[in-house]
Design a protein around this ligand. Structure first.
Ligand SMILES: [Zn+2]
Length: 240
């Protein structure tokens, strides 16, 4: 068989005594589960190549539901991510989300591209900014983007708070009747920019101001509220 792919390793779990079960994301095949036999043996030459958040070249037998790895070599280890706990935490969130929203063996070129570009962007942009834009784009893809052109309840253009349950900005009057949290104008402005942005707007977004963990938390809250998908990496990241 000997198929060849380039893929991002999203997750790696131990399998039996010395094996590894990988979740990888490739352009041509989408998310795949790959069995890497003997990967944890001391002398395995593939061991370093199959860590999460690594971009590799792989030779394997592609088979649903589980493909079989023959060999792997690193294209990009993303060292700059692994040397920084904040970057690593946000990158882990991105990989977990990519895993949750992708379908097995279904190519999703857009999701693949933004995931790959997000990991590369950690070399030049603040991690929280990358996280905010990535989660915002995921929400957009799923059709659950927050409403940020006026109050989501009454259309009033004067807004003062964000309501996750209502799906976006709310005005001071409506804020009293729904579950919402008040934010200052700068916070709301940055939130709105990230909701409106595409991946290509990353550098323009960086000039708007500082994207914080608190902003990322609002995006993640939207994701969790609408999908009910638990995000393990977020539980770690939010405590940073
Ligand atoms: Zn209103």
């Amino acid at each position: 068989m000997n198929d060849r792919i380039e893929a991002i390793i999203l997750k790696a779990d131990p399998y039996k005594e010395t094996g590894g079960l990988l979740q990888v994301f490739s352009k041509e095949h989408g998310r795949m589960t790959i069995l890497a036999k003997g990967i944890l043996k001391g002398n395995s030459k593939n061991a370093a190549s199959v860590q999460p958040i690594t971009y590799c070249h792989m030779v394997l037998d592609i088979k649903e539901p589980i493909s079989l790895l023959h060999s792997a070599s690193i294209i990009d280890f993303y060292r700059y991510i692994k040397e920084d706990i904040t970057k690593l935490s946000v990158a882990s969130l991105i990989c977990e989300m990519a895993m949750q929203v992708s379908s097995p063996y279904q190519p999703d070129e857009y999701l693949y591209e933004i995931t790959k570009e997000a990991l590369t962007a950690f070399n030049s942009y603040p991690p929280m900014l990358i996280g905010c834009l990535y989660v915002s784009l995921i929400l957009k893809e799923m059709g659950i983007s927050p409403m940020v052109d006026g109050c989501v309840v009454c259309d009033d253009t004067k807004v003062s708070a964000i309501s996750v349950s209502e799906g976006g900005f709310v005005c001071p009057r409506c804020a009293r009747n729904v579950t919402s949290k008040a934010y200052d104008a700068n916070f709301s402005r940055l939130f709105r920019y990230a909701v409106k942005a595409e991946w290509s707007n990353l550098s323009a977004l960086a000039k708007q101001g500082e994207y914080t963990l608190e902003l990322l938390a609002v995006f993640v809250e939207f994701f969790k509220d609408y999908t009910s998908i638990p995000l393990k990496s977020w539980e770690f990241l939010r405590k940073l």
